[in-house]
Design a binder for this molecule. Structure first.
Ligand code: GLA
Length: 400
C-alpha cells in the first residue's frame, strides 16, 4: 500500500543539526567554519490560487523545514550533497548548467545562479542539504529549499538582500528553473512567516500582517493524501492561462482590470455570461476566495474559530467545483474530517491535484479524527493517510 506518511520521522532540531554536520564531515572531510540555515515549509489556511491573481492569502509556516549547512571554498566550484537523495552535484560557479527542471539541484543551483547574476556571490562553496518535510506533499519543500539556500549563503557571505527581495528571487527561480509559474505565497511564507502567527499577505502590494494564532483548544491538523502532485506543474500553468483569459475579457469591460483581483462580484455577475464555463468557474472561485481570505483574517484575529472553520469548508467546495484542482482522495479526506465531531473546518491546501488537506480540530477530537482517517481512507483508496498535528511552527534564519 502506498503511504501518505512518507515523512521522515519527526526529529528534534538538535538531531537534525548533528546529522547534517555528520554528513558534512563524511562528504567534505571536516566541519570547520560551517554555517547552517533553516527555512520552514508552509501550509495555507485560506486563499488558494489567489496569489497568481494579485489577491490575498493566509498561510503559516509549519514545524518542519529544509536545512542547509555550507562553507566557502577557495575556488569557484559549487558542490552540494543532498542527504534525502543521496546525490552529490558539482558545478563551476560561472558555467551553470540548467539541470532537470524541478529536480532538487535546479532549486539550489537556480538560487546560486540568480545571486551570482546580481553580483552577490563570487566564490564557490560546499554544502549539505537535508530536511524533515514530506517531499512532494504540497507543503512547499521546494520554496523551503530555495529560501534555506539563499539564507545560508547570505549568512555565510554577508551580502545585503532585503527579505522581500529574497522572496522575489526565489519565486523567479521557480519560474525559470522549475518551469512552474507559481505565485509568491510559498516563498513569502517560508521567508517571512513568523512563529506563533499566520501571515496575511496582499500579493499585489506585498503588504503583510502577522496574525497571532489564538487557537485556544484547537489544533491545525495536516493530512497528507499520499497522492503525489505529478500533474501539478502543467495543470497549474493551464489554470493560470484560464485566469488570464478571464482578465482579457474583463479588461474590455473596464480598462482598470489588470488581474482577477480587480473584478468585483457585481462586474462578474453582469459580464460573466460571455465567458466559456470553465473560465467563468475559475473566475468565480478567485473572487469568492479573496473575500474569504479577508473574512478569515478578521476571524482569526478575533478568535472566531467556528466562522473560520466554515470558511475553510466553503473554500474546499470552491476549489473542488469551480477551480477544479481537487481530486477524489482530497475530497474524501475533507469529507471524513467534516463528519468527525469537533472538526470546525477542512480544506485542501496548496496547488491541488494531490498533496494535503488542512483541518481545524478541537484537541479532544484529534484521536477520533486520526482513527477515522486511518480506517476509512485506506478502505476506499489503496493509500494510508499521513496525519500531522502541528506542534507550533518555525521561522527561517541562520542557526547557531
Ligand atoms: C502553489 C504555488 C503558490 C500558490 C498555490 C495555490 O503552492 O506555488 O504560488 O499559487 O500553489 O494557492
Amino acid at each position: 500500500m502506498k503511504s501518505g506518511a512518507t515523512n521522515p520521522p519527526e526529529v528534534s532540531r538538535k538531531t537534525m543539526i548533528d546529522s547534517l554536520m555528520a554528513n558534512f564531515a563524511i562528504q567534505f572531510g571536516d566541519t570547520r567554519n560551517v554555517q547552517i540555515a533553516m527555512a520552514p515549509g508552509r501550509v495555507n489556511l485560506m486563499g488558494d490560487h489567489t496569489d497568481h491573481n494579485d489577491g490575498f492569502v493566509l498561510p503559516m509556516t509549519v514545524d518542519r523545514g529544509v536545512y542547509v549547512a555550507l562553507r566557502k571554498r577557495a575556488d569557484r566550484t559549487v558542490r552540494v550533497y543532498s542527504v534525502r537523495y543521496d546525490e552529490m552535484i558539482e558545478s563551476p560557479l560561472d558555467q551553470f548548467q540548467v539541470t532537470k527542471a524541478g529536480g532538487w539541484p535546479s532549486y539550489v543551483l537556480g538560487v546560486v545562479e540568480e545571486l551570482r547574476l546580481r553580483g552577490l556571490i563570487s566564490s564557490g562553496f560546499e554544502a549539505v542539504v537535508d530536511g524533515d518535510l514530506n517531499l512532494g506533499a504540497g507543503l512547499s519543500s521546494s520554496a523551503a529549499l530555495e529560501v534555506a539556500t539563499a539564507t545560508a549563503l547570505q549568512h555565510l557571505i554577508g551580502f545585503s538582500l532585503e527579505p522581500v527581495e529574497m522572496v522575489k528571487l526565489c519565486q523567479h527561480v521557480e519560474h525559470r528553473y522549475a518551469n512552474v509559474l507559481c505565485g509568491i505565497m510559498d516563498q513569502f511564507a517560508s521567508r517571512i512567516g513568523r512563529k506563533g502567527h499566520a501571515l496575511f499577505l496582499d500579493c499585489r502590494s506585498l503588504e503583510y500582517k502577522h496574525i497571532p494564532l489564538a487557537l485556544g483548544d484547537h489544533r491545525i491538523v495536516i493530512v497528507s493524501s499520499g497522492v503525489e502532485r505529478s500533474l501539478a506543474a502543467s495543470a497549474y500553468n493551464i489554470r493560470r492561462a484560464e485566469c488570464q483569459e478571464a482578465v482579457n475579457h474583463f479588461s474590455k469591460v473596464d480598462e482598470n482590470v489588470i488581474a482577477l483581483r480587480d473584478v468585483s462580484a457585481d462586474m462578474f455577475e453582469a459580464h460573466c455570461g460571455e465567458l466559456p464555463s470553465n473560465v467563468r468557474q475559475r473566475c468565480r472561485h478567485v473572487i469568492a476566495e479573496n473575500q474569504r481570505v479577508l473574512d478569515a483574517a478578521d476571524m482569526l484575529a478575533s478568535a472566531e474559530l467556528a466562522g473560520f472553520g466554515s470558511l475553510m469548508s466553503a473554500s474546499h467546495q470552491s476549489l473542488r467545483d469551480d477551480f477544479e484542482v481537487s481530486c477524489p482522495e482530497l475530497d474524501m479526506l475533507v469529507e471524513l474530517a467534516l463528519q468527525t465531531d469537533g472538526v470546525l473546518g477542512a480544506r485542501m491546501t496548496g496547488a491541488g491535484f494531490g498533496g494535503c488537506t488542512v483541518s481545524l480540530v478541537h484537541k479532544d477530537a484529534v484521536a477520533a479524527l486520526t482513527e477515522t482517517l486511518n480506517t476509512e481512507y485506506p478502505a476506499r483508496f489503496d493509500l494510508t493517510p499521513g496525519v500531522f498535528v502541528l506542534q507550533g511552527n518555525l521561522e527561517a534564519g541562520p542557526l547557531g
